[in-house]
Design a protein around this ligand. Sequence first.
Ligand SMILES: [Zn+2]
Length: 423
Amino acid sequence: MASADRTLVVRNGSVVEGTGTGPRPDRALVLRDGRIDWVGPAAEIPEISAPHRVVDADGGTILPGFVDAHVHMTMSGEGMNPADLINQPPHYGYFTAIPRLKATLDAGVTSVRDLAGLDQAVVRAVDEGIVPGPRITTAYRALGPTGGHGDFRTCCGFDYGTVLGPDGAVSVNTDGPAEALRATREVMRKGAKVIKVMASGGVWSPQDTPWHDGLNTEEMAVIVREAASHDVPVAAHAQSARSIRNALTAGVTSVEHGYEIDERGVELMLDRGAYLVPTLSTATTPPDPATSADYAVAKKLKLQEHLSENITAAIRAGVRVALGTDSGICRHGRNLRELALLVEHGMTPMGALLAGTRDAAALLGLADEIGTLEPGKRADVVVCAGDPLTDITLPGDPDNITAVIKDGRVHKGTAAPRADTFR
Ligand SMILES: [Zn+2]
């Protein structure tokens, strides 16, 4: 349904291709049938005889559509009050996700990885253009231990995780290798293209802390092996140093958060070529006592004591980084503020842009499809006012994202019709 048969020209800007070079001034792109057809100097643009439309970058920077490798579209980003959540109607999460998906796309993010909460209904609704939003890779539900992060049952049995997943739960309580194997197969049956595992406890879970282990190494190794047999990567929520080491020993593809990563964790990560998704947008936001349970505030303050130095040390050591915000825990629609935070934590502006384009695309297993502006790739293109390489805060303000094109369709900005020949 969302096929884009029109030809679109993007011009009058510098191009950052997402390959580590640039910006190249005075460039243009030709997009055809939802794919990138041509990228080059504006003066050499091939003649286009068919009617087409033109997006004027107005002297700004033309970039690949960004990827946010860690979001939760069913979560508000404005605190999680158990009393509110247990009173929400079933399936409410579907509808709350709709404006968040649009805000994310408007912010310049054309692909996301939803690490628990969304099912195939939402993926398909976006793919078919029923709901505007970024392309979605979903974990469906997270796998975690009974009583651990992801088990949202309170001590008296209320389960406020019910409304956080459109299909009635946000996680699968998984205990022992046999259940780990079954749960992995079950979420893949439901369309998971990434498996989310809880290697540690967390801030929001009522019964554990980030310093408790989640699934053990043996359980995670079973999950990694089964997922790998389907070419599906495993993303580990891991906050304590020990849980990070456990997850990497089990062979996960990415460590999410990684706030207390230590030297051994960095070594393992470099050894195995695993990714760090530091979710600094959430990590660096102070906890809000007005919208958070007391236990969540206390845990977060303790985590924040050393996380900036730990993440900076890992980045300086050269670990692979993919951009992810944990939007849903922090607010939606300001995803690219993460770029400036990555730079504050030791990345170069170009390194941060690559973390949000080429490298995050590779983590999603979509390196051949998205992440760079190269002929043959999907026509996911963003225009940012000014030059983000000289001011990396620019893309973080959605007002500076003047055009968003996904699969060759203009979602934000104007495309002026041109019935005549291009030149
Ligand atoms: Zn998360």
